[in-house]
Design a protein around this ligand. Structure first.
Ligand code: CTP
Ligand code: CA
Length: 226
């Protein structure tokens, strides 16, 4: 497809976005999750669509409406998210991993509701590490431009730079989630964009829609479509 309008810089392109917090089941009625609302991922999906892309939004459970014109793939656990991302990745031009993936899952999934033992007291729970989806896919990338997120509460730049290098990303979006109005749940965000061998760029505090636009424009300016 030839791009005819500069307003639609992603026309003819496929953008895959993950969003929301995964759920790792413990028994039929309980799971481990996190504070992610999915809003940043949904804003990215909507803005990518408005920029002309074909958009696949792989989403863990959220309370958000699906943006118009976006293909939704519902997922639950980190393992189901990995399967869905793998399926969509081959044909993707840009992958944005905005999902908050649980780093651990209960080692055993109880088939029946776990009961309090007689006499009560503490319950020990054993957890097993989940696959690092972003790292796995980035290691397999060919033409794809891969964007990750980093949620930090301390040493933002050092921690985020380590993730950029270690996971071999093209762009890392770092959030200082200890700041008011930043990261999880709210409608606003402030991020620092890190790319290999380039100076970090910190945005103003802005709507998640405005931040999504900056992220996608940075990816395009960085040669994501080349
Ligand atoms: N991520 C992933 N698979 C996981 C864990 C994280 O794909 N099992 C992705 C997230 O979607 C995000 C990026 O990795 O894009 C960074 O997530 P974050 O939790 O900030 O970093 P971790 O590498 O998990 O390190 P830590 O939680 O120890 O800070
Ligand atoms: Ca993590």
């Amino acid at each position: 497809l030839i791009q005819l309008t500069p307003d639609l810089p992603l026309a003819g392109r496929h953008v895959v976005v993950t969003a929301g917090g995964t759920r790792e089941a413990l028994d039929p009625v309980r799971f481990i999750t996190n504070r992610s609302s999915g809003k940043m991922g949904y804003a990215l999906a909507q803005v990518a669509r408005e920029m002309g892309a074909t958009v696949t939004l792989i989403s863990a459970t959220t309370h958000l409406p699906v943006p118009t014109g976006v293909t939704i793939v519902p997922v639950d656990s980190a393992s189901s998210l990995l399967t869905a991302v793998r399926t969509a990745f081959d044909d993707a031009d840009i992958l944005v991993m905005a999902a908050a993936v649980s780093d651990y899952r209960p080692t055993e999934l109880a088939t029946q509701k776990i009961k309090k033992p007689a006499g009560h007291g503490d319950l020990m729970l054993q957890l097993t590490e989940t696959p690092d989806i972003l790292k796995t896919l980035a290691a397999e990338k060919k033409h794809q431009y891969v964007v990750g997120f980093a949620a930090e509460t301390q040493d933002l730049l050092a921690n985020a730079n380590r993730k950029l290098t270690h996971k071999k990303l093209d762009l890392l979006v770092a959030n200082d989630v200890s700041q008011p109005g930043v990261g999880f749940n709210g409608d606003t965000n402030q991020v620092t964009l890190l790319r290999p061998h380039q100076q970090p760029v910190t945005t103003e505090l802005a709507s998640k829609t405005a931040i999504a636009k900056i992220i996608l424009e940075t990816a395009i300016a960085d040669g994501a479509l080349n």
